[in-house]
Design a protein around this ligand. Structure first.
Ligand code: NDP
Length: 399
């Protein structure tokens, strides 16, 4: 029986709150806090069980610390934005509360997607006897656990990893992003980095394209190699990896809009002066785009996200694909959200459950693949994200 405080009432915050509320035996008390409390109340009104809500600016460490000291949760689930990771970690240290997030810290002025700022908190959390679990969403999150699960059960040594994230959903808008537009566009327009031969190799954004046919008739999609934050921790925690790449599907319309927006400067993260007012172009663009949390009712189709791992077992080279397929409309009927928020929110709830049940409990700051993958994988099957494993005869994204 444990109390959690969830920060952030966006698309992912809504799903985490729904999923925690479905498990009163684990999450006995829930407080949902965000910058705008009205959004928390709107989510609370969808639930069949009462939760409490609060207003907090998570950039304000003293205010957040005061809230944590007053509420005394066992764990904070941070599903605000990556900009708030460090202030929330600071408040957790001040108030003596464990911490979990789904995306690594990012400074407002540089789109870096690096763990170094949060890894620097290892000593502080260890000394305080507190735990921080980083990246407990889908990717990062489930994809890290998939890699750990394959390494544990299917291989003696893993050599190549391809994380493939396909969203076959259609929301009917010419251009919209499935999660926070600012974070999404920063991620997609960043230079690509992949791991090869013991180092990260940089190539221009979207410069490598392949086709991938998803299992179970989800379809064939164009996928593009890009940098994604889980690569950084996975190559550290699985040092036998010789190559690690991340791929995401994008439709032609999305890419065309992104190119034009980039060309006219609308995706910039540097402030500009407009009529005497400082404006960050990408933040202005976010204000114009559909709110991702409103895409749920209109999004149809499926997501298919998984890991293809090649390695050695008993002296033989083999390739195994572990994947999860989720239908957008099924998510909407369960928790009033599309599958991108759903596939992030469920692993956040499961990561929290692992910590509260003591299955994953260790002082310090940890990436999710550093724990035993088995109980997490079992819970994915139990709580809405069933997965499959297949051995592949051949796999080549270069051809
Ligand atoms: P949204 O923009 O929909 O929601 C973010 C929420 O955080 C909003 O309610 C927002 O408030 C709130 N918030 C922002 N700043 C503050 C602040 N200073 N103090 C308190 N609350 C604040 O984003 P998503 O729900 O789509 O994403 C949430 C997180 O999940 C992000 O970090 C994202 O990167 C991550 N994510 C991870 C994925 C994964 O697979 N690992 C996939 C998708 C997302 P307001 O409503 O006032 O703006």
């Amino acid at each position: 029986m444990s109390k959690v405080l969830i920060i952030g009432a966006g698309g992912v915050g809504g799903v985490v709150t729904h999923k925690c509320a479905q498990l009163p035996e684990v999450f006995s008390e829930i407080v949902l806090a965000s910058r705008n409390e009205a959004k928390c109340k709107a989510i609370a009104a969808q639930l069949s069980r009462p939760i409490r809500t609060a207003q907090v600016d998570a950039d304000d460490v003293p205010a957040l610390t005061a809230l944590l000291k007053q509420e005394q949760p066992e764990l904070v689930i941070n599903v605000a934005l990556p900009y708030q990771d460090l202030t929330i970690m600071d408040a957790c240290l001040e108030a003596g509360v464990d911490y979990l997030d789904t995306a690594n810290y990012e400074p407002l002025d540089t789109a870096k997607f690096e763990y170094k700022w949060q890894w620097a908190y290892r000593e502080k959390f260890a000394q305080a006897g507190l735990m921080a679990l980083l990246g407990s969403g889908f990717d990062p999150g489930a994809t890290n656990v998939f890699t750990a699960y394959l390494a544990k059960h299917y291989f003696d040594e893993i050599h190549e990893l391809d994380i493939i994230d396909v969203n076959g959903g259609d929301h009917g808008y010419p251009f919209a992003t499935n999660f926070n537009p600012e974070i999404n566009i920063r991620e997609v327009t960043a230079e690509c980095r992949h791991w090869e031969g013991g180092e990260f190799v940089t190539t221009p954004a979207m410069s490598k394209k392949a086709q991938f046919t998803c299992p179970d008739n989800v379809g064939t999609y164009n996928i593009y190699r890009m940098y994604h934050e889980e690569l950084e921790s996975l190559v550290v925690n699985f040092p036998t990896l010789k190559r690690a790449q991340f791929w995401m599907s994008f439709g032609d319309s999305y890419l065309k809009h992104l190119e034009v927006l980039g060309n006219v400067g609308m995706t910039g993260i540097e402030p500009i002066n407009f009529n005497g007012q400082e404006i960050v172009p990408i933040q202005f663009l976010k204000a114009l785009l559909p709110d991702p949390s409103t895409l749920g009712p209109r999004t149809k189709g499926k997501t298919c996200i998984g890991c293809v791992v090649t390695g050695i077992k008993d002296g033989q080279r083999k390739t195994v694909y572990l994947y999860q397929i989720k239908d957008h409309q099924d998510c909407y009927s369960e928790v009033q959200s599309q599958a991108i928020s759903y596939t992030t929110g469920v692993p956040a709830m499961i990561g929290a459950k692992m910590m509260l049940e003591g299955k994953w409990q260790k002082s310090g700051v940890w990436n999710i693949e550093q724990f035993d993958p088995d109980p997490f994988m079992a819970d994915l099957n139990e709580y809405g994200l069933p997965w499959q494993v297949v051995e592949l005869d051949s796999f080549d994204l270069d051809s």
